[in-house]
Design a protein around this ligand. Structure first.
Ligand code: GLN
Length: 574
């Protein structure tokens, strides 16, 4: 039977519940257990797809086409698992299901009420996501005391009543401020958070103490005394240099064994953190350093939200760097400032690599194209992601294939050479689908050209699908089978997508004659060919993809294109 770990946050939001949950998962995995994670977002949006990245951070995309909360990204980056969209439960989804059921008459004339129908639906969803796993970690978004958390906490108690307390463990991740004028760490806000949680019938089994500094014994005892929680279950989690150190720090306090003993079970295997420790050390004290320029649109919102808007790309660069002992210093450059060749050169001349990430709309597009041109002409390693590939195609069309005024129709509707466009057949298919918008979302298979650079990178990292079980399971999943399209099994990769526009097939041959290689494509069941990868053969590293490989990168398993990119940047530097 699945055992459940519920993680709630106290005192302030943004306390680090997500990485704490992921770290607990990592520890349990090391002890030999099969772990999944579920994120509950109490907001009424159905999913995170419609939220501005500067409002809620980046939108995370799942294999099955979900646009969900970025915390799910942390789980995947720590646990190296693929989490489906149903593992992100929002109030919007819960209410919609209940109301839809009511409209269909499925409640048989009963009064449909907040209690019990809403917690019932929450519980149903949780159980479905947890099926087949030893442990399911449930992270409850928001902060204890928020009105919107109540139905979820109620649902947890229901679940506990049904399964027995021996199958449920509660964590409170709380914050201990050190007010500047006192210089002393205060435990009172956490005591109050414990009390608020207990008003919902839940006494936390563990308190994870986030603070600028480690928690001393005096404060642990205080929590024991006033919160009625054994001080050995009060675990310190101070600020650190890298989030990937958290599992190691929690293990220093023997969290894994304490947790298992709470569930009255033993470890399945001896944990081995050797490899993880090595990578963490490389992140903290890398032998080499490279400088990467990320050319982006959301650069003018201020440092805090900015980083969150590109978190998966940032982390993928870090994973790639860790695998070759290189620290990656990222500068986020506002595309709008790259107004011409001269300013672009001035801004980019000191970087070892240039990256254009995904984006939407026309803001800053010409600046991004200038950056691509600079990278191509000056042989600076280039990695383009989604929009970063489309704009690389535009640049090549304009400046090498001499298709004057070439553009994406997203940027200019009436361009004479729409090298990137919405394909008519694609549009029809997408509009017919039930998924809401017209985006191509989630994993799609691409067949790679055998002797391309992209092929080599995927092969070397063991990511060709013939080596993966995911590929096999997709074949039997009737809702997602279409993601494979028509393909040659051996040379195929699966990457996640989130876009509307495509390379216009009418221009492919003409462009290829001028040297660019389209090194991978998806073939839809109706034979439409969608371009997935490009590369330039006479360049140290110029690779771009229509997909978002940053959604499939983990510490210890970097995404192949990021790995190649950071390696090329390091080579250029030395
Ligand atoms: N705006 C482009 C499109 O919709 C690229 C999207 C992206 O970069 N994620 O096709």
């Amino acid at each position: 039977m699945t055992k459940y770990i519920v993680v709630a946050g106290g005192v302030i939001s943004g306390v680090g519940k997500g990485v704490t949950s992921a770290s607990i998962g990592k520890i349990l995995q090391e002890y030999g257990y099969k772990v999944t994670a579920i994120k509950i977002d109490p907001y009424l949006n159905y999913d995170a797809g419609t939220m501005r990245p500067t409002e809620h951070g980046e939108v995370w995309v799942t294999d099955d086409g979900g646009e969900i909360d970025q915390d799910l990204g942390n789980y995947e980056r720590f646990l190296q698992i693929h989490i489906p969209k149903r593992n992100n439960i929002t109030s919007g989804q819960v209410y919609k299901t209940v109301i839809d059921k009511e409209r269909k008459g499925e409640y048989l004339g009963k009064t449909v009420q907040f209690i019990p129908h809403i917690p019932q639906e929450i519980e149903r969803r949780i159980k479905e996501s947890a099926k087949g796993f030893d442990f399911a970690i449930i992270e409850i978004g928001g902060t204890i005391g928020d009105h919107e958390n109540v139905p979820f906490l109620f649902a947890m108690k229901r679940l506990e009543r049904e399964l027995g307390k021996e199958n449920m463990v509660y964590f409170l991740v709380s914050y201990f401020p050190i007010p500047g004028h006192m210089g002393e760490m205060k435990s009172k806000p956490t005591q109050q958070a414990i009390r608020m949680l207990s008003e919902n019938g839940i006494l936390p089994d563990f308190v994870i103490c986030r603070a600028r500094k480690p928690l001393d014994d005096i404060r642990k005892k205080k929590i024991e005394l006033y919160g009625n929680i054994s001080s050995s279950y009060v675990i310190s989690e101070p600020d650190i240099d890298t989030i990937y150190r958290i599992p190691l720090d929690l293990e220093k306090e023997n969290l894994g064994l304490k947790l298992l003993s709470e569930f009255r079970i033993k470890l399945k295997k001896q944990p081995d953190f050797k490899e993880w420790k090595k990578l963490v050390k490389r992140i903290a004290e890398p032998k080499h350093r490279v400088k990467i320029a990320m050319i982006c649109k959301y650069a003018d919102i201020g440092d805090f939200s900015l980083k969150d808007s590109y978190i998966s790309v940032n982390e993928s660069l870090l994973h790639a760097g860790a695998s070759i002992d290189a620290g990656v210093d990222i500068s986020w450059i506002d595309a709008k400032t790259l107004t011409d060749k001269q300013t672009t050169k001035e801004a980019l001349k000191d970087f070892d690599g240039i990256l254009v990430p995904g984006g939407f709309g026309s803001s800053g597009v010409e600046g991004k194209i200038n950056a691509v041109q600079y990278a191509r002409e000056h042989k600076v390693p280039y990695l383009g992601l989604c929009y970063g590939m489309q704009l690389a195609v535009v640049e090549y069309a304009r400046n090498v294939a001499k298709l004057e005024g070439a553009n994406t129709t997203e940027n200019q509707k009436k361009t004479p050479h729409p090298v990137i466009d919405i394909l008519p057949t694609q549009k029809a298919i997408l509009e017919k689908s039930d998924y809401g918008g017209t985006m191509r979302l989630g994993a799609y298979a691409a067949t790679l050209k055998k002797n391309s650079r992209v092929y080599k990178l995927y092969k070397e990292s063991g990511r060709l699908e013939k080596d993966n079980e995911q590929f096999e399971s997709l074949k039997h999943d009737k809702n997602n089978k279409f993601r494979l399209g028509k393909l040659v099994k051996e040379d195929t990769v699966l990457e996640r997508h989130r876009h509307r526009y495509e390379v216009n097939p009418e221009f492919v041959e003409k462009m290829e004659q001028r040297g660019i290689i389209f090194s991978g494509h998806h073939i839809r069941d109706d034979d439409t060919k969608l371009m997935e990868f490009i590369e330039l053969p006479d360049h140290p590293y110029f690779i771009a993809t229509q997909a978002h490989p940053e959604f499939k990168s983990a510490l210890g398993s970097p995404a192949p294109l990021f790995f190649g990119f950071v390696k090329a940047a390091l080579q250029r530097k030395s």
